[in-house]
Design a protein around this ligand. Sequence first.
Ligand SMILES: NC(=O)c1ccc[n+]([C@@H]2O[C@H](COP(=O)([O-])OP(=O)(O)OC[C@H]3O[C@@H](n4cnc5c(N)ncnc54)[C@H](OP(=O)(O)O)[C@@H]3O)[C@@H](O)[C@H]2O)c1
Length: 194
Amino acid sequence: MRKLTYFIACSLDGFIGDEHGDGTAMLRFLDEEYFDFLKAEFAETLPTHVRRQLGLDHLENRRFDTVIQGRASYEVALKEGITSPFAHLREYVASRTLGTSPDPHVEIVDGDLTGRVRELKAEDGGLDIFLCGGSQVAGALLDEIDELVIKTYPIVYGTGMPMFGTGLDIKEFTLDSVRTFGNGALVRTYHRKR
Ligand SMILES: NC(=O)c1ccc[n+]([C@@H]2O[C@H](COP(=O)([O-])OP(=O)(O)OC[C@H]3O[C@@H](n4cnc5c(N)ncnc54)[C@H](OP(=O)(O)O)[C@@H]3O)[C@@H](O)[C@H]2O)c1
């Protein structure tokens, strides 16, 4: 089975951005030590145009070969004219309103999202699936998440967009590792306790 991994940046108080999801306040923590870690361990999670700017677009995928995101997250790139933000991965966008995909490389999932994710997880071979967010789609897929990689930055929002846009739905996870960084960022990895 391929794992579904929610790889997400959040504040100390568990928000992935302000109430509109804007997480630019967290960008200040992308210093050299932290960015070197991201490039070494999670290069696939960087958008294709960023990889190109950093000279990383030749790298083979090691951890993920597929990305899933919600329409609102996808639109962040779309507004910049980028129709395939993760061209180095198989791209899926959950949306019941987008209709035709703006890019042949991007498949729109407009029906049974959980069913499509289960099919992807059940495929033979391949790498894991990067659940990019945002909050709504992570909430819709909470029960399918096998792994959490939570990048926590030493910042408090006070209010904002939660990691999971769902109602009370308690799930238990087991801690696998914690990485700490000089700038106060933490990267914690958990697997789902089933
Ligand atoms: N901090 C981080 O690491 C991080 C990572 C990713 C995103 N973000 C932020 O998160 C924000 C967006 O999050 P969000 O919660 O507002 O939106 P989202 O989860 O990205 O997208 C929501 C949309 O996904 C579609 N959707 C949701 N559930 C579905 C289902 N079961 N089946 C089919 N389609 C479904 C719907 O699209 P339709 O309305 O078209 O049907 C829904 O409006 C952005 O601002 C982004 O910057 C932050």
